[in-house]
Design a protein around this ligand. Structure first.
Ligand code: AMP
Length: 283
């Protein structure tokens, strides 16, 4: 496995792979790998000749009072895990290289960036889109793999690729969960054992929504009230949002009459967790 920390070196390496006729898949990450990340890498390997995994904790997507400094990092363990799943190249640039003095360009999605997580994390998705666009220009992939765990991120990136005519296929991978149902996340490492128990309410509320839908419930206010009760019954929890929204516009719906995303953001203690599922899939 090659480890490249220089932007120009990465660009020429990707160019050489393309010239040799190889297809390239990119998995962008912030590191501290768990099974969710590794699943993205496995999918990338299935779809392309060469797999590039980027590891970069992107300062631009963190707000001033968010956890950029504390965000968990473990490069040695990440490199070992990436190698084990057969990654060809790990690209791990420094923040100074990615954002040199004078940097001022950013990409935003007018409407999508302001919904769901965008409400409590202003500027977050500008940071995500900008770094992903930069990573696309640096690694020149044919396809890029993202997790459905970050549903809004996947939606916004798909929109950017379409809007800016980027010739890159975006592949989404279903949420990978712990055996007890909690969605895997690098931020789960912040949870105390008691907070972790409380966090189970997120998956339980997603499941309840599925059950209510199966019993014939279509009214969002009724479903939202039941879900909020499950979440707020637990200690340490505070709801950021319980959103039932359209799968591509992310506009809120009041009645479920087709495929709908149920997205949750909950503070458990000081840790902000997100999860989602799709209701009425394929309808
Ligand atoms: P992160 O390192 O948290 O920025 O995540 C890097 C990529 O892994 C993103 O595309 C995430 O959506 C994806 N990812 C993170 N957690 C999961 C999970 N539990 N299941 C599937 N994909 C995930």
């Amino acid at each position: 496995m090659e480890i490249i920390d220089n932007i120009h070196e990465m660009q020429s390496r990707s160019e050489a792979l393309k010239m040799a006729g190889h297809s390239v898949a990119l998995v962008p990450t912030m590191g501290f790998f768990h099974e969710g990340h590794l699943e993205l890498m496995r999918v990338g390997k299935i779809h392309a000749d060469d797999l590039v995994v980027s590891i970069f904790v992107n300062p631009m997507q963190f707000g001033p009072s968010e956890d950029y400094a504390e965000y968990p990092r473990d490069m040695d363990s990440d490199l070992e895990k990436a190698e084990r799943v057969g990654t060809g190249i790990v690209f791990c640039p420094t923040a100074e290289q990615m954002y040199p003095d004078g940097f001022q360009t950013k990409i935003g999605a007018e409407k999508l960036s302001g919904r769901l997580c965008g409400i409590s994390r202003p500027g977050h998705f500008d940071g995500v889109l900008t770094v992903v666009a930069k990573l696309f220009h640096i690694t020149k992939p044919h396809l890029a793999i993202f997790g459905q765990k970050d549903y809004q991120q996947l939606t916004i990136i798909s929109r950017m690729v379409k809007d800016l005519n980027m010739d890159i296929r975006i592949v989404g991978v279903p949420v990978v969960r712990e055996p007890d149902g909690i969605a895997m996340s690098s931020r789960n490492s912040y949870l105390s054992p008691d907070e972790r128990k409380s966090a189970l309410c997120m998956k339980q509320s997603l499941d309840l929504a599925g059950e209510m839908y199966a019993r014939g419930e279509r009214r969002v206010p009724e479903m939202r009230a039941a879900l909020e009760r499950i979440i707020l019954d637990q200690p340490f929890t505070e709801i950021d949002y319980v959103s039932f929204c359209h799968p591509t516009t992310l506009e809120e719906v009041e009645v479920i009459d087709g495929e709908t995303v149920l997205a949750l953001a909950v503070m458990v203690g000081k840790t902000r967790l997100i999860d989602n599922c799709i209701i009425a899939k394929g309808q």
